[in-house]
Write a protein that binds this ligand. Structure first.
Ligand code: TXA
Ligand code: MG
Length: 334
């Protein structure tokens, strides 16, 4: 009998797409060495073709096949955090296709820790290019059902590995510039990286936002566009006091509202849908995208999210929430 993994490998080798679970979010995978296959990712996502993709590897031993320089700091981080939710940006080998790198001189690489992803990568024994398996600009999928909702028949096979344990995308660290630069915060924080490297990474200056869809300049990290991770319902970040105030206003206006807050439901009302969020960062991240999807589907006038505390532990979650608030409520993006 042909196993799901064998089916997946056969599809990838034929240049087809396969969605698979990682510990962060579900990825939409293609053979990274096959530019025609990689092109199908952009078509399925509706994503501009100049956005670079992460190449997923079976192990750190594959690094040198994709990166022309593997600095000692990359080796140390790989030893410390792989398999795991850390993507390293390194100078690419010349044979790495422009379809993967968006024409840049660097390539994003990571070894994911989800057992199904590792099984798939080991069986494929090559690099799998995979962005998050959502339509461009939308909320990343953290279950196989989310992938189906997003992409439907655009993807011939979705490997089901249950809910992703981390729930938000990997930390991205650029090691191609001499100084390590944190491009996207994630479950592995700057302090974790500093412990291994003996120096703290710099943080990328926030990029000026190009007009959405048109993009006068190619973003180095598409996750740095504020249009990302967004529900269709307008999302508003509020303080705990602000939440009660906004709720009262909505009810006076007769608007249906959804709430995501760490406290138990404060107001019982037909017009209020309340979802309690975990009060620590890992749990919050784990549930975040599934909760936003659920609340987005209710047809509310707005989603009110109580802003989590500031501070390092909440950095990645606050980053995604800020983008969700900035990009929400718009009609289909490109
Ligand atoms: O957790 C994750 O990273 C998930 C899972 C599937 O691995 N993937 C993911 O992929 O979030 P995606 O494409 O949605 O986001 C990857 C980010 C993009 O913002 C992209 O611009 C950036 O990585 N990236 C990829 N290659 C890059 C490069 N060479 N230089 C700078 N940024 C790069
Ligand atoms: Mg994405």
């Amino acid at each position: 009998m042909v196993t799901e993994i064998e089916r997946a490998v056969a599809l990838l080798k034929r240049g087809e797409l396969v969605a698979f679970p990682t510990e962060t979010v579900y990825g939409l995978g293609a053979d990274a060495a096959n530019p025609a296959a990689v092109a199908k990712i952009f078509a399925a996502k509706g994503r501009p073709a100049d956005h670079p993709l992460i190449v997923h590897l079976p192990s750190a031993a594959h690094l040198a096949r994709w990166a022309r320089e593997v600095p000692a700091e990359a080796e140390r981080l790989a030893a410390a955090f792989w398999p795991g939710p850390l993507t390293l940006i390194l100078k690419r080998r010349p044979q790495v296709s422009d379809a993967v790198t968006g024409g840049q001189d660097t390539v994003g690489l990571r070894v994911p820790s989800h057992p199904l992803a590792l099984e798939l990568l080991a069986a494929f024994n090559g690099g799998i290019a995979a962005p998050s398996a959502n339509r461009f600009g939308r909320i990343s999928p953290t279950t196989a059902a989310h992938v189906r909702e997003e992409l439907g028949e655009r993807v011939p096979l979705v490997l089901d590995g249950g809910a992703c344990p981390v729930g938000i995308e990997s930390t991205i660290l650029d090691l191609s510039r001499g100084t390590p630069v944190l491009l996207r915060p994630g479950a592995i924080g700057a302090a974790d990286i500093a412990r291994v490297l003996g120096r703290a990474p710099e943080t990328a200056a926030p990029q000026a936002e190009a007009p959405r869809g048109i993009g006068s300049e190619t973003p180095r990290v598409s996750g740095s566009l504020d249009a990302h991770y967004a529900p269709r319902t307008p999302l508003q970040l509020v303080s705990s006091d602000g939440l009660l105030f906004a709720l009262r206003n909505a009810l006076v206006a007769g608007e249906k509202v959804a709430v995501l807050a760490p406290t138990a439901q404060a107001i019982s009302h037909d017009l209020v849908a309340w979802k309690q969020s975990p009060s620590e960062p890992a749990g919050f991240a784990h549930d975040l995208y599934a909760s936003l999807r659920e609340l987005d589907a209710l047809g509310c006038a707005r989603i009110l999210v109580q802003q989590p505390p500031a501070g390092e532990a909440w950095l990645a979650v606050n980053d995604r929430l800020r983008r969700a608030a900035a990009g929400s409520g718009e009609d289909d993006e490109t």
